[in-house]
Design a protein around this ligand. Structure first.
Ligand code: SF4
Length: 377
């Protein structure tokens, strides 16, 4: 197996103004003092990477990175930029919530070489936004998008959620029409999920919330694919759409199962075949960094076969699929050599296609992608 390069840097900012009802991300509502201490801890962890890697992509995610004050944001960006070789950076993304962006913050992003902003809009419908517990309105979302455009951001992603209880087909079509009118370069669309431990799941279990029928959800997904591809978006990954040349380079690294370094509470890294994760709790993370303790709470050394299976699964998320030549270069054998019988069966069922060079999901397979991918484990 070839050495895996570490070209991507992820930085986690686990703070939000309030928790959305469906959220199971590592994020907390916190005060300025804790955020300051956290940024100092992040800086120490960044410095500990000590020029070990040459990063091509940076992704600051959360939580809500845009919740930081202008002074905090400036400090974070300054620290990040001084820890990397700026000339090597091809993409620098930050996530932002429309309710927390100001023109000064957006100007700071430009000043510190951020190239791409991912806006967590989720919906333009105020009833939906209210149900999800978002802090912004549909109008705020449009204003935030226009603010970014006016300051010169061309590469903007918009996240949308579909399948909210009581969301009608018309509501979803209206969201799609609005987003197409805004014409962002990239779009990520996700079905609402009912994760363990969230208020949304509790409300569903208690019978206070009724899930949308799965068939309706599937139709919403298919409708989105139709609308977006007709509007010039390339459906390049199960949940992701981009105008030509605007596919997310950072996420490609995850989908190809390549190496990355993660900094911050709960951040995962994948270095030298070892997958690790930092301590999740924000306060313990700060304490651990300040006391010089080991902050890794999880580590898994990926065995060759397991790594190979995982690589097939991750790559199948991409509509272009996985090249057998690339796979052979990485693992020393062809996908068909190991999965031949399974491939034959899935081809017969019309769920994947395989032409001796590329393995990929068919349109039929796309709609049951989780089940198909699980077969390769
Ligand atoms: S803004 Fe994002 S990270 Fe924060 S609570 Fe909502 S879904 Fe979770």
């Amino acid at each position: 197996m070839k050495d895996i390069k570490v070209n991507a840097l992820y930085i986690h900012i686990p703070f939000c103004i309030k928790k959305c009802v469906y959220c199971d991300f590592n994020s907390v509502v916190s005060n300025t003092k804790t955020i300051d201490q956290y940024l100092d801890a992040i800086n120490k962890e960044l410095n500990s990477l000590n020029g070990r890697y040459v990063f091509n992509t940076i992704y600051i995610g959360g939580g809500t990175p845009s919740v930081l004050t202008e002074a905090q944001l400036g400090k974070l960006l300054n620290n990040v930029v001084s820890c990397v070789q700026a000339s090597e950076i091809k993409e620098f993304t930050i996530e932002a919530n429309p309710g927390t962006l100001t023109s000064n913050k957006v100007r700071l992003l430009k000043e510190y070489l951020v190239t791409r902003v991912s806006l967590g809009i989720q919906s333009f419908n105020d009833k939906q936004l209210n149900f999800l517990g978002r802090i912004h309105s549909g109008n705020d979302a449009i204003n935030a998008f226009n603010l970014l455009r006016n300051v010169g951001f061309d590469n903007i992603n918009i996240d949308l959620i579909f399948g909210c209880p009581e969301q009608s087909f018309g509501d979803w079509e209206s969201d799609l029409r609005t987003v197409i009118e805004l014409n962002p370069k990239h779009l990520s669309i996700y079905a609402l999920t009912y994760e363990e431990g969230t208020p949304l799941r509790r409300n569903w279990v208690n019978g206070n919330v009724k899930k949308l029928d799965e068939c309706v959800e599937l139709e919403m997904y298919k409708t989105a694919i139709g609308y977006l591809t007709d509007s010039g978006y390339n459906h390049y990954e199960i949940s992701n759409f981009a105008k030509d040349g605007y596919e997310c380079l950072h996420n490609y690294i995850y989908w190809r199962n390549e190496g990355y370094a993660g900094v911050g509470a709960g951040a995962f890294s994948f270095v030298d075949g070892l997958r690790t994760s930092n301590i999740r709790d924000v306060y313990q993370y700060i304490e651990g960094i300040n006391e010089g303790r080991n902050i890794k709470t999880f580590s898994e050394c990926l065995q060759h076969e397991h790594f190979a299976s995982e690589t097939v699964i991750m790559n199948l998320r991409l509509r272009q699929g996985i090249s057998d030549k690339d796979f052979h270069d990485r693992f020393g054998y062809k996908i068909y050599d190991r999965f031949g019988r399974l491939i034959n069966r899935l081809v017969e069922d019309g769920l994947i296609s395989y032409d001796n060079e590329t393995l990929k999901l068919t349109d039929k397979g796309l709609f049951v992608a989780d089940t198909v991918m699980a077969e390769f484990l």
